[in-house]
Write a protein of this length. Structure first.
Length: 547
């Protein structure tokens, strides 16, 4: 064993002497200046954003800094808290987004590996040759039957002279950070959708209760008309009108029940469960939550760092900017180092000079069996008829598209907040008017029934007041739900909800076990490898090769 170490030590020493002899010129120059990188350095584009909210003067809107991490707690509903936690743990779309982060991390590992020698391989083989003795120009005394055995190490390294590979790493870091922002954006949507569906279920249940209550009232009215018709006080017309109104109101019940069941099914899917598996949570007595008197919204400038979709658009911009440099590097020469070192020995009874003696396989480990070649090289794609230039232009055009998309995302974010905010405020005013209308409608029903019994009005007046009462009660309940839906939309537009994943894995433990049992993921499944980079040191950790 010691003999083998000495032999390989001599091989390495020999390789170093030969290699640096031949790369002392252009290749050493390439190594010296390998720090430059062509292509634009990314600069975050300027965007227009509002300085203040349009509704800043409304008493219900507070511009002080607010914590949006668990915004749904303003409803003070334990059932809602439980539902959102279950959705965070079990939602399948969110799990897919978490696995995409692992994919992006592995893709970054490929790009980081290209910073090092791109081709390194160890090989060996055995060849047996049997030459025809009737071959022309055969030397006298030649060995016509011999074997060869060889072991070798080959390497090739394209130097990152123009920063092509570093730009690729920069691009994949941007893509990785974009995948994390995408995960956060899905989480924002998920929390808002769970809360929205939950409020919608409560609203439908309240509307269903109102419809059933109005059915009872109208059944009593029908009984009154039937009694009066039997006594000969009225015609059958009043009876049929009362029955028509009752049946119309009863028809709304199945319609509401369909919407309620569908909303329950949708909520179950958001939680990653089968429809009908949420009965324990949803069957508990509930009512539409109270509308908060004040809502903290912060200032518009906070949207840029809080909304994940804005971060996603900006990170994709970073990734695309680096791809311009990757394409531009192909305009210049590619410098590389290549080499091969190995051992070769043959099994022959004749020497190269044709004398008896020859060699055997046991000579493989002798220093005379060393073979080596290597040196610097360059290639330059000239006369490519504009293909490379146009690839650069393609990447630049895509960058400009993403720049405009980033600006558009910021503008739309401001619009979403303003839309939800004005909806939240004005719908509350609508609730106040409808509440007064319901009170007046209820009083009208009472008065019309009294006057009808006394024969002062016909039954049409009773029908009109009862129909209007049912309509206004239903509209009031629906509008109260709309106030809360607008509030949820406002919290979503403000970018709240993704903060609950802080300090937690993007991928559930069960999924990581399944993946690690199928593939060697190394350390990529550990939480520290998936953290959002907050400093340059974090990004450097991501660029280390997976030896």
């Amino acid at each position: 064993m010691l003999k083998y170490y000495l032999i390989f030590g001599s091989i390495i020493s020999f390789a170093k002497k030969r290699l640096f002899k031949y790369i002392s010129g252009p290749a050493m120059l390439a190594l010296l200046f390998a720090g430059c990188a062509v292509g634009p350095d990314y600069i975050k584009p300027q965007v227009r954003q509002p300085q203040k909210w349009i509704e800043k003067n409304d008493p219900a809107i507070k511009s002080e800094p607010a914590d949006f991490g668990r915004w749904w707690t303003v409803f003070d509903d334990p059932a809602l808290n439980t539902l959102i936690e279950k959705a965070y743990q079990q939602n399948l779309s969110l799990q897919i987004a978490g696995i995409r982060i692992l994919e992006a991390r592995a893709q970054l590992g490929i790009a980081a590996g290209n910073l090092y020698p791109q081709s390194q391989s160890v090989g060996g083989g055995y060849t047996y040759t049997d030459i025809s003795k009737n071959t022309a120009n055969t030397a006298p005394g030649a060995d016509f039957h011999y074997g060869d055995i060889d072991l070798g190490f080959d390497a090739a390294w394209e130097l990152d002279f123009w920063g092509k590979f570093r730009r690729a790493v920069e691009s994949d870091i941007g893509n990785l950070e974009a995948s994390i922002a995408s995960y956060d954006d899905i989480l924002v949507t998920l929390t808002a959708e769970v809360a929205r569906t939950y409020i919608l279920i409560q609203t439908l249940e309240a509307r269903l209760a109102i419809a059933k209550e109005n059915v009872k009232i109208q059944e009593q009215s029908l009984q009154i008309t039937e009694v009066r018709f039997n006594e000969g006080d009225i015609t059958e017309l009043d009876v049929q009108q009362a029955k028509a109104l009752l049946r119309d109101t009863q028809a709304t019940i199945p319609r509401l029940e369909v919407s309620l069941r569908q909303s329950n099914n949708g909520l179950a899917i958001l939680l990653g469960t089968l429809p009908g598996e949420l009965k324990e949570i949803l069957n508990a007595p509930k009512s539409i939550p109270t509308i908060p008197a004040e809502v903290g919204v912060g200032v518009p400038a906070e949207l840029l760092r809080r909304r994940p979709d804005i971060r996603f658009a900006e990170r994709k911009l970073t990734a695309q900017s680096a791809l311009i440099g990757v394409a531009k590097a192909d305009l210049y020469p590619h410098f590389s180092l290549f080499g091969s070192i190995g051992l070769r020995a043959g099994d022959s009874d004749i020497t190269a000079a044709g004398f008896p003696g020859g060699s055997s396989f046991s000579d493989l480990w002798d220093s005379d069996s060393i073979e080596f070649f290597g040196g610097p090289a360059f290639t330059w794609d000239i006369l490519n008829y504009g293909r490379i230039k146009n690839r650069v232009r393609v990447q630049d055009a895509r960058f400009q598209q993403l720049t405009v998309n980033y600006q558009d995302t910021v503008l739309r974010a401001a619009q979403e907040v303003e839309d939800a905010m004005v909806g939240f405020l004005r719908t509350q005013e609508e609730v106040e008017f409808l509440s007064e209308s319901v009170k007046a409608a209820t009083r009208s029903v009472d008065l019309s029934m009294i006057q009808y019994r006394e024969g002062l009005v016909d039954y049409q007046r009773v029908l009109d007041t009862q129909r209007f009462q049912a309509q206004e009660q239903d509209l009031l309940t629906e509008t109260r739900g709309s106030v809360l839906l607008n509030l949820i939309a406002m919290y979503k537009a403000l970018g709240g909800g993704w903060q609950i994943r802080a300090g937690k894995d993007f991928v559930p433990e069960e999924t990581k076990k399944e993946m690690s049992g199928r593939t060697n993921w190394g350390t990529l499944l550990s939480p520290e490898k998936l953290e959002t980079p907050t400093a340059e040191e974090s990004r450097k950790k991501w660029q280390r090769p997976d030896w």
